[in-house]
Design a protein around this ligand. Structure first.
Ligand code: TAP
Length: 452
């Protein structure tokens, strides 16, 4: 058993089984046995089941959100958004089973037709920072494609995934089609990698573990989607609406206490606007309301664990160039205040490494080329923002930055209608958007002779 701790109180709120390797293999075997029947469900019926699943989630948004507040320290408003996101994504992919078309290709001597076949059992490995949405982005298109799913939530945050598994059954998803398996990554996750009945892995987590999984699946040529770390740039040009850029910058990096792969944790500001930006940024940072995540007014909760608190703190040693510090509660809970380091040079650890906490660095740049060079001075390429009133520049800089998801004059990152994923060491493949089912199907072509 594993104790689940509320990061805002440090109290144990539940105890969850730690599945062992044998137990994991048994569940994988059942998911494999459930495949033929799930694949045979008529597309319209599979669509109906996914819509019903979406509705049941929608009916339980408040319960799921409260569970996430207690387990992960997410603010209640974020947690409601996250639960609704699962319902929305299920509803979106409920449109897919009836649109899984093949093609008809005229070839000499006959025709060739193609089929999109489900890859088989899909293993989804979820990190602790967004337990609900990340589970949903994998399981919804996988189920829509006719795959069955084994899903491992993070050991720190298993509660909402376990509940979503129960709600799937309540919605009529057949037994063993969606299987939630709590336990350790090194045991349950490793079985997903090693067990040949799992044909595809969707991994979201650190680049380090992603690398190991990629190497681990190579001998079996298992299909793989990787959503990994980030160190995204928020690029602010002097011609931008500086008031808006500065007022929203805290929410682009401190949302979910900075435990966000898309966090804009490097703010790059054109040198001639640097002082003005910092002047505007200070009250915005100090105004972030950090505290009890169950309160409607709270904007930022605690970090996930004591161990993670120590990691984040290590990026702010006594000698760090701390320019602005916000406030946070004292007492029980893994609280860390919004912290701004400035000016930070590109060779420093805070500029290069993913801190995954509410710590942001600010660095000046000289011109467009310098901004692109600095933004690309990272092994990661997941997200980012560009602030300018010059549309041509916004497009030029967007094309220049090596990253998968950008927003102009906005800090939003993920929309389930559009493909999401990273360049460089931020990942492999794309989730969400209209083409997501390609990652859960194999294309088969069948030649039909028209010879006499
Ligand atoms: P990890 O430590 O990599 O853990 C992620 C998941 O992998 C957990 O469920 C973990 O299990 C499991 N795992 C650990 N070792 C494993 C192994 N050997 N084989 C299979 N599974 C294993 O990451 P984290 O600290 O939870 O999450 C933070 C990281 O995720 C950050 O780098 C963040 O940027 C990234 N992230 C990326 C995205 C996208 S969409 N790109 C979104 C969110 C987060 P345990 O429960 O045992 O730890």
């Amino acid at each position: 058993m594993h104790d689940v701790i509320n990061p805002a109180t440090e109290l144990v709120i539940a105890s969850v089984p730690s599945t062992d390797a044998e137990g994991t293999d048994e569940i994988i075997a059942r998911a494999h046995e459930a495949l033929p029947a799930w694949k045979a469900v008529a597309p319209g019926d599979r669509a109906d089941l996914l819509r019903r699943f979406s509705t049941v989630i929608r009916d339980h948004v408040e319960e799921l959100a409260q569970l996430e507040v207690a387990n992960s320290g997410h603010t209640i408003s974020n947690a409601r958004w996250e639960a609704n996101n699962v319902a929305n994504v299920l509803n979106y992919y409920a449109g897919a089973p009836e649109r899984l078309f093949g093609r008809q290709i005229p070839v000499p001597g006959g025709i060739d037709i193609t089929f999109q076949e489900p890859v088989g059992v899909v293993g989804i490995i979820v990190p602790w920072n967004f337990p609900m949405p990340i589970a949903g982005w994998g399981l919804a298109p996988a189920l829509a494609a006719g795959c069955t799913v084994v899903l491992k939530p993070a050991e720190l945050t298993p509660l909402t995934a376990i509940r979503i598994g129960e709600l799937a059954l309540e919605a009529g998803i057949p037994e063993h089609v969606l299987n939630v398996i709590p336990g350790k990554g090194s045991i349950v996750g490793q079985r997903f990698v090693d067990n040949p009945l799992v044909r595809k892995i969707v991994f979201t987590g650190s680049t380090e573990v992603g690398e190991r999984i990629m190497a681990g699946v190579a001998p079996q040529m298992k299909r793989l989607t990787l959503e990994l770390g980030g160190k995204s740039a928020n690029v602010v040009f002097a011609d931008a609406d500086l008031e808006k850029a500065a007022a929203t910058a805290p929410y682009g990096v401190f949302d979910n206490a900075g435990q966000d792969c898309c966090a804009r944790s490097r703010i790059l500001v054109e040198r001639k606007a640097f002082d003005r930006f910092m002047e505007l940024f200070e009250p915005a940072v100090k105004g972030v309301r950090v505290g009890n995540p169950a309160l409607e007014s709270t904007e930022m909760g605690p970090l996930i664990s004591r161990g993670h608190w120590e990691t984040v703190s290590s990026y702010v040693p006594d000698a760090a160039p701390v320019a602005i510090v916000g406030s946070c509660p004292t007492g029980p809970g893994y609280w860390y205040p919004p912290t701004v380091l400035a000016p930070v040079t590109a060779d420093s650890q805070a500029f290069q490494e993913e801190i995954f906490g509410p710590v942001v660095s600010v660095t000046p740049f000289d011109d467009e080329l310098d901004a692109i060079r600095l933004a690309n001075n990272s092994e990661y390429g997941l997200s980012g923002s560009i602030w300018t009133r010059d549309l041509g520049r916004a497009i030029r800089v967007s094309r220049g930055i090596e990253t998968g998801n950008l927003s102009v004059n906005s800090h939003s990152s993920v929309r389930y209608w559009t493909p999401f994923g990273g360049f460089k060491r931020s990942g492999l493949g794309r989730e969400l958007g209209p083409d997501a089912l390609e990652a859960f199907t194999e294309t088969k072509n069948v030649f039909i002779s028209t010879e006499d």
